[in-house]
Design a protein around this ligand. Structure first.
Ligand code: SF4
Length: 342
């Protein structure tokens, strides 16, 4: 049993089954999510017997950091974690002035096979449990807490397709969002999908306040299908239809991710086609020059081409941001995450 897999009600049940009063569960919960304690030894407010029971019955060492890499500008930290079964995942902290954004993983590997992505290139191994997702956040929350700082945003854009592991991803978000726990605001989460249409519909129906990002990268089925195999199952038209339904159901703006690849999808014509495709949709485009991976030949666009792409989109009524590439020197950029020793 992993400590972060437990909801508060489940923790209460366990503590009561051990013959302890309910308030002990509250103390444990507060210790985990308000004080960021990560080992039973730290719960010095509990009787020794309960601490020993916790240590014997519940795993606290869910993820073990085995490698920490800082980018040369020291603004990005990537951590490689070993899981209980020896598998490995990565999670990244990005510091942008006041913002401290975490990019966390939801699976070991990924089944979606996007050709430009290091995680896709390694294939799928398994889903993460909700507790393994939560543990990545609590690890960094503790790190920042020790520096008198806090996490401000969480993006589920690390290894894996969050909607392929839908239930555990949502359970993790709910646990982190619990008001009497970590209380991380729903609107400060962003879930990213490669375009799993049924899951987008499910997510829309749940009307969560969590932000949705869709990796689009191409407007034409042939090109998108060659980069993202999921497009062969749910094509561009079906995906955009589901996005319209999402906006209609939630009133929330969608972010479309667009990795700018030199000569592939970064021309003014492509920008015009994209603007046409997104016409009438409450959305924003995040364009990011492609981050290099060894398994894909495409190159990043130039700054000039990126600026023209943005200009054309905006002239056609679609807001666009060119995202700064972060952590490239430590393979911590978008699409670069893969556990090197897995
Ligand atoms: S881009 Fe996302 S969905 Fe595609 S293979 Fe990589 S991790 Fe999976």
């Amino acid at each position: 049993m992993l400590i972060y897999d437990l909801d508060f009600s489940e923790l209460v049940e366990i503590v009561v089954a051990w013959g302890q009063p309910v308030f002990r569960a509250q103390q444990i919960w507060d210790g985990l999510y308000k004080n960021f304690w990560q080992s039973p030894d730290e719960f010095t407010n509990l009787p020794k017997v309960l601490r020993e029971k916790l240590a014997a019955e519940i795993r606290f060492d869910i993820i073990t950091p085995t490698l920490k890499l800082d980018s040369t500008d020291r603004q990005t930290r990537k951590t490689l974690f070993r899981l209980q079964d020896g598998r490995q995942i990565e999670a990244v902290l990005m510091r942008y002035d006041r913002r401290k954004t975490l990019c966390i993983s939801t699976q070991v590997g990924c089944a979606m096979g996007c050709t430009f992505c290091a995680t896709g290139q390694m294939g799928f191994t398994r889903h993460l449990s909700s507790g393994e997702i939560v543990a990545q956040v609590m690890y960094y929350a503790r790190l920042l807490h020790d520096q008198q700082d806090v996490v401000t945003n969480i993006v589920l854009m690390g290894m894996g397709e969050p909607f392929h592991n839908y239930d555990n991803t949502m359970k993790a978000i709910d646990r982190l969002n619990a008001q009497d726990g970590y209380n991380f605001g729903a609107r400060r989460f962003t879930v990213s999908t490669s375009g799993l249409v049924p899951a987008i519909r499910k997510f829309a129906a749940e009307k969560r306040q969590v932000n949705l990002a869709v990796s689009l990268h191409a407007t034409e089925n042939e090109l998108r299908g060659s980069m993202m195999p999921i497009n062969r199952k749910y094509d561009v038209e079906e995906l955009i239809k589901a996005c319209h339904e999402y906006v209609l159901a939630t009133g929330r703006r969608i972010t479309f991710e667009w990795a700018l690849i030199n000569g592939v999808n970064d021309t003014p014509e492509q920008a015009k086609k994209l603007a046409k495709l997104l016409h009438g949709l409450l959305c924003h485009v995040n364009a990011i020059p492609l981050n290099p991976t060894t398994g894909y030949e495409g190159k990043a666009t130039t700054r000039e081409r990126a600026d023209i792409f943005k200009q054309v989109l905006e002239q056609n009524g679609i807001p666009c941001t060119i995202r700064i590439r972060r952590g490239i020197d430590i393979q911590a950029g978008c699409g670069q995450l893969a556990s090197h020793t897995a």
